[in-house]
Design a protein around this ligand. Structure first.
Ligand code: DGP
Ligand code: NA
Ligand code: NA
Length: 200
């Protein structure tokens, strides 16, 4: 008999909201048959290019091209993800399509609206559950914040707005059957956040 399909659990949020830490804790709690994945996946050839783009502010790439690289990076791992789930493994994912759309749409480039940004990701494996971590405190005192492209408070605020637009749009279209749960982590310790996530 084949295993039941595994679950894809996605943790999303702005930069430095503690996603990676929480993904690791959740993976451990879910046990052995759970894999941790992260996007952008900087280990692939496309991911290397994305990494250079993120760490080097003088790396010039049209915003559309950057978006397509991020999307291609998700597509190149899609079969791997699908096969894992079909094998009955769970996946805990650190960023995915929502970040893809929100960060790119936040650039407010003519023609690069939410729909344009989402269209190249349409057809990717969908998460079963999405947890969106929200920290209402300023990010700029967090270690390492500001080192990479996108890590400044005014841009992060635009990204936040795009995330919410996207969640609303999705809810109204009822296009996805995957749930998005907003998790307020303001003022919480790592343990408190992981308990909230575990309860959900
Ligand atoms: P991280 O390694 O989680 O810090 O993510 C790197 C940065 O890339 C982060 O600021 C979010 C951003 N990002 C993730 N996916 C996409 C995408 O598809 N498009 C764009 N423009 N940015 C993305
Ligand atoms: Na980052
Ligand atoms: Na992270």
């Amino acid at each position: 008999m084949s295993n039941p399909r595994g679950k894809l659990i996605l943790i999303e949020g702005l930069d430095r909201t503690g996603k990676s830490t929480q993904c690791e804790i959740l993976r451990q709690r879910l046990g052995e048959s759970t894999t941790l994945m992260k996007f952008p996946d900087r280990t692939t050839a496309i991911g290397q290019q994305i990494n250079n783009y993120l760490i080097d502010s003088s790396y010039n790439l049209p915003d559309q091209a950057a978006h397509l690289l991020f999307s291609a990076n998700r597509w190149e791992r899609n079969d791997y993800i699908r096969n894992k789930l079909l094998d009955g493994e769970n996946i805990v994912m650190d960023r995915y399509v929502y970040s893809g759309v929100a960060y790119s749409a936040a650039k407010e480039i003519t023609g690069m609206d939410l729909e344009w940004c989402y269209s190249c990701d349409r057809g990717l494996v969908r998460p079963d559950l999405t947890l969106f971590l929200v920290n209402n405190e300023s990010n700029d005192n967090r270690e390492g914040f500001g080192e990479e492209r996108y890590e400044n408070n005014s841009f992060q605020e635009k990204v936040r707005q795009q995330f919410y637009k996207l969640f609303e749009k999705q809810a109204s279209l009822n296009e996805d059957n995957n749930d998005v749960v907003i998790v307020n982590v303001t003022g919480c310790t790592i343990e408190q956040v992981s308990e909230k996530i575990w309860t959900i």
